[in-house]
Design a protein around this ligand. Structure first.
Ligand SMILES: Nc1ncnc2c1ncn2[C@@H]1O[C@H](COP(=O)(O)OP(=O)(O)OP(=O)(O)O)[C@@H](O)[C@H]1O
Length: 409
């Protein structure tokens, strides 16, 4: 086993011929330099790690090939991506070089919000294998669409925020990286239940080169930006659109395309409802909607803004992170699926914090979502826990700025 130690950014193609430590430039989230250690494995080592790529170790299948669970010497759990020549190409692109592409992108960056590269095998006689961090809690798709463990709003907003941060990290790189395949199946959940963006098979680094100009549009049906029809239409706003679909999926619990509904496309179904202010209609019927009308409206509005047909009017991922951070602070992680949290009731003498905040800000208690009158809301009698209330007011006024920019399309 060899190591490749990178301060990445310059061409990792050098990695193919060097197994010794090598220093490359690396721009992290905060433009700080950090060292990335990537291991070079022998094919045999990974065969051993997966019991010869046995069926029992199979984690899943993608369009590029198979993913196995592996145990490295020393006991570290990893996921090993093995390309398959016969893999069905279900998406609209030539995905034949996805593993190499994923290697090229991931070897130059690392973030707690991504499924990071651990190592690789050389691309000689056998296909190159990629070794990435193992995510023990499945995908966001599983979390949203399996009925057994429906997440509450605090958790949903946290997962949305973490995914938005992952995209912001990519878009903030110099040059930016565009993921091009943002979808719930590509958001993996780690052992601490944090969201991590994975599957960089289609990702592109935005440099004005031949490759970028000649790469045909690609992505997954249901998430694909309708503005992205030729290679030169690619922009970070392409990912913003797909994120908007993902957010609608998080809000509604509906799949991006579901033939059991009319219309089958989530965006065609949800946006007309949002436009006429019927926010409640798009909320996942399996759990109570968020009890705060501002939160209900805001989440829906953020999603609607992301899928605007005019891409210039879509927010950047940095702005989305800002909006969702505000919501995250308003909706506690342990919100008991939005029934009053008994612990808060005991702690705060009287009513739970969430409803006190409502009282301060909203005239329209129990009103229709569409009639929420946040603009004219007045600050009421100061409450005991003023620090909490006033900091919420800060978030809420920021949120009102977003909502007040009322046009969605
Ligand atoms: N790092 C990982 N840790 C744990 N499981 C993983 C990991 N990566 C992928 N998987 C599992 O393997 C499955 C296939 O993943 P993969 O990224 O190859 O394809 P996909 O994203 O589902 O589909 P496509 O490649 O068509 O977009 C995933 O759905 C997930 O269940």
């Amino acid at each position: 086993m060899g190591y490749l130690s990178c301060k990445a950014e310059s061409a990792i193609s050098t990695a193919n011929s060097h197994t010794t430590s090598k220093k490359l430039n690396y721009h992290s989230e905060n433009e700080k330099e950090r060292t990335i250690k990537i291991q070079e494995f022998k094919y045999k080592e990974l065969e051993e790690a997966t019991n010869n790529f046995s069926e029992q170790k199979l984690l899943g299948r993608g369009s590029h090939g198979l993913v196995y669970k592996g145990v490295l010497h020393g006991g570290r759990l990893v996921a090993i991506k093995k390309p398959s020549r016969t893999a069905q190409r279900v998406l609209i692109s030539d995905r034949s070089n996805e593993v190499d592409n994923e290697f090229d992108i991931l070897s130059k960056l690392q973030s707690p919000r991504l499924v990071n590269l651990v190592g690789f095998t050389k691309n000689d006689s056998q296909d190159r294998l990629l070794v990435v961090e193992f995510m023990s809690n499945g995908t966001l798709y599983d979390v949203l669409h399996s009925n057994s463990r429906v997440p509450n709003w605090g958790r949903r907003i946290k997962l949305a925020l973490q995914t938005a941060k992952a995209l912001d990290t990519l878009h903030s790189l110099n040059p930016p990286v565009i993921h091009r395949d943002v979808k719930s199946a590509n958001v993996l959940i780690d052992r601490s239940f944090n969201a991590r963006l994975g599957d960089f098979g289609l990702a592109l680094r935005c440099v004005d080169d031949y490759r970028l100009r000649s790469t045909p549009p690609a992505g997954t049906m249901g998430y694909l930006d309708p503005c992205y029809v030729t290679p030169d239409n690619l922009s970070t706003k392409t990912d913003v659109f797909s994120f908007g679909i993902l957010l609608l999926e998080i809000i509604s619990g509906r799949k991006a395309i579901d033939l059991g509904y009319s219309p089958p496309s989530i965006v065609d179904w949800a946006i007309p409802l949002i436009k006429i202010g019927k926010f409640l209609a798009i909320y996942d019927p399996r759990i109570m909607p968020p009890r705060d009308a501002l939160v209900r409206k805001q989440l829906a509005v953020i999603a609607a803004k992301c899928v605007r047909s005019n891409r210039d009017r879509r927010p950047t991922m940095k702005e989305v992170v800002e909006y969702l951070s505000g919501l995250h602070k308003l909706v506690p992680l342990h919100s008991w699926n939005n029934f009053a949290n008994p612990c808060l009731m005991v702690e705060t003498v009287g009513r739970p914090v969430e409803s006190r905040v409502l009282q301060v800000n909203s005239k329209g208690k129990g009103s229709e979502d569409g009639k929420f009158d946040g603009e004219n809301a007045k600050v009421g009698t100061p409450l005991k826990d003023s620090r909490r209330v006033y900091s919420d007011l800060g978030y809420r006024s920021k949120l009102m700025d977003v909502i007040n920019e009322s046009e969605f399309h």
